[in-house]
Every structure is written in structure tokens, then in C-alpha cells.
Write a protein that binds this ligand. Sequence first.
Ligand code: CMC
Length: 373
Amino acid sequence: MSTTTEGLEDVVAANSRICDIDGKLGKLTYFGVDVHDLAKYSSFEETAYLLWHGQLPTQGQLEELKAQLNASRSLPKRFIDLLWLLPPKSSPMEVLRTSISALAAFDAESSGDAESNLGRAIRLTAAMPTIVASWENIRNGREPLAPLADKSHATNFLYMLTGKMPDDYTAHVLDVALILHADHELNASTFAARVAAGTLANMYAAVTAAISALSGPLHGGANEQVMRMLLRIGDVGGAEAYIQDALARKERIMGFGHRVYRTEDPRATHLRAMSKELGERAGDTRWYEMSRIIEEYIKQHKGLNANVDFYSASVYYTMGMPVDLDTPIFACSRISGWTAHVLEQYANNRLIRPRAEYVGPKVTPYVPIEQRG
Ligand code: CMC
């Protein structure tokens, strides 16, 4: 009899101290700290420190991390030259994946000890928004902007993308979104990173694997698809009929359902509120209102809750982000969690190598090619 658990649902594949999810209660903690508290009181920099070190930083430790991030935001000129070679129509997730793979070649350090890998985690986290923002400029024929020395991760990201200093609220919203996406236990991309790290492949290889897994629409790629759906619907009045038809056609509605949560995704709670407030501040609540109608309809007719990707779509769109940057923004946050998991995997490594239940043909004799037909 088969013992296979399709999709590894509820299979516990690692011991980890980093992130805990209670899917029934809708609770999410990073090293025991409630994500609601982090969203209210913390910053992305502080959250990344927590994920890498297992505790919140002192003021001095936080300042040191900010200085390290600021020192690592710029990209080598040869690397930027490489981005100019890519076709402008390339998907930003493909560019990001290619970029992280290429960055390995620019790493001057050869050591794979824990300290060097922590340095790589910081450098990768610092570099990712610069890569995404540089690509946004390059694909539009503009020179990439240099990061600002004394600004936060979120402010720098927005500045490098647009060339303008963001207002405080917009920078705060991105900062909270980065906190909310920073880690989520053994999701598909983190698992992919740990599988690669488990072979003792380097951190760039593990993160490249993670970006590949994140890009799919059943995982991080869902946020872009949510926004494309909202744009297709176009106006609040059309939302209910659109979803009704889509469900009748047995379509999967992006941004709903979750493998672990059986109740409200705690990240969606914050993103919903920010979607509303951003819309009100921008004088255009259309995307939020449409989202609310869809959410209510799906809850009532399918019993499914919105996940992290649903309201992040309207949040990023209202902030003025190009739709195809939604998933790269997710990656710019999750890099902190991926690297924390890679560090944890290296620290207590055992090759990850499960088995497959064989369901193919019985042993069969080899037939020479001239006798096949
Ligand atoms: N729309 C319509 N029906 C759905 C959806 C959805 N979004 N999600 C689940 N269902 C139905 C599914 O059809 C199935 O029904 P039935 O038992 O009648 O066949 C039932 O719910 C269980 O679904 P499942 O596919 O077995 O659940 P899963 O745990 O394998 O999949 C999921 C989880 C997230 C892949 C799935 O809910 C989904 O495809 N959601 C849409 C994509 C999405 O939003 N992904 C982001 C996930 S959360 C954050 C992240 O990872 O980025």
C-alpha cells in the first residue's frame, strides 16, 4: 500500500527554530516573536537580524547591521553591464534569478564558514532591491540609480525604483510588507533552498533554487496574477460576476487558499488594512473595494481565505509599482528568511534525499530496437 503524501502535505521535513505557523489559529512567529508585533513595532532590518541571529538586536547591533546593508547595496559595474545585455522584455523574476546566479562569480571570498555565510546573507539581502530597481531602470533605457547612504532598506528600494524620495507612509507600507513576507517556515521556495544547501551547494545556488520555486503562480507568482485579474475586471461593479464565472469554470482564484492556514492568514490582515488606507490616501479605493467583494464571495462560496498574495497586489499597485515587480518584491523580503534557513541547514546539515513510491511498470525485459514496433 502506498505511503505517499502527495505534495508532502503536513509532512515534517526538518527541525527549525526560525518560524512557527499555527494554521488553525492563524498565528505566525519568527523566533517566537509574533508577526503582528513585528508589523506594528519593528523594521525590516530588525526583522532580518532576528531571522539571522535568533534574537532582536540591541540598538548598537541594529546600527551595525544597517551600516553593513548600506555598504553592500551597490553592484559592481561589470554586473550592471551584464544586466544591459539582457533583452528588455525579460521577466524581472528571470532577471533576478539570473542575477543571483551571476553574483556568485563576483564573490571574492572563498570561505564557507558560518561567519562568511552570514556576510553573504547580508550582502544578498542588501543587493536584491538594487538589482530589481536597476532592472526597472535598464529595461526602460535609463541608467540605474545609486543607493542613498543613510536611508532605510524600504526607502532606498523605492528611491532607486522611481528616482523620487517616497513619502513616509509609502515607505512604512513597504517596510511592513517586507516584514510580513520575510519568512514562512518550509514553504516551497525555502524548502528548495534547504534542499540545495543540504548538498553543501553554496548560498547563491540555494537562493537561485529558491527564486525559481517562488516564481510559480501557486507560490509567490500569485501576487502578480491577482493584480492582472483585478485589472481585467477593471471596475468594482464587475467583480462579483467575474468571480462567479471564474468559479463556474473551475478556475483557481489567485491569492486564495493555503496549504497550512485554515483561518485568516495573519499577514493578509495587515495587507488588507494597508490596501484600504493607501487607496484612501490616493483617492482611488477601486482596487481595495474590488478585492473586498472578491474576498467575501470566495469566503462564502468556497470557504477559502485570502492569503498574503491577495492584498499585496493592490498595495503594490496603489504604490505605483509595475505589476511584474510584485513577485520580485516578495523575493526582496524572503531573501532574509531563505538565507536564515540556509544558515540553519549548514549548521546542522544532513543531505535531504527522500524516496519516491515506485508506481511504474513491472520489471520488463530489454527489447532490441529492431524488434520494437
Ligand atoms: N481557488 C479556487 N479553488 C481553490 C483555491 C483557489 N485559489 N485554492 C484551493 N482551492 C480548492 C481546490 O480546488 C480544492 O478543491 P477540491 O477539493 O474540490 O478539488 C481544495 O480547495 C483544496 O485545494 P488544494 O489545491 O488541494 O490545496 P493545496 O494545499 O494543494 O494548495 C494552494 C494550496 C495555495 C496552492 C492553493 O490554494 C492555490 O492554488 N491557491 C491559488 C494560488 C495562490 O494564491 N498561491 C499563493 C499561496 S500563499 C503564499 C505563497 O506561497 O506565495
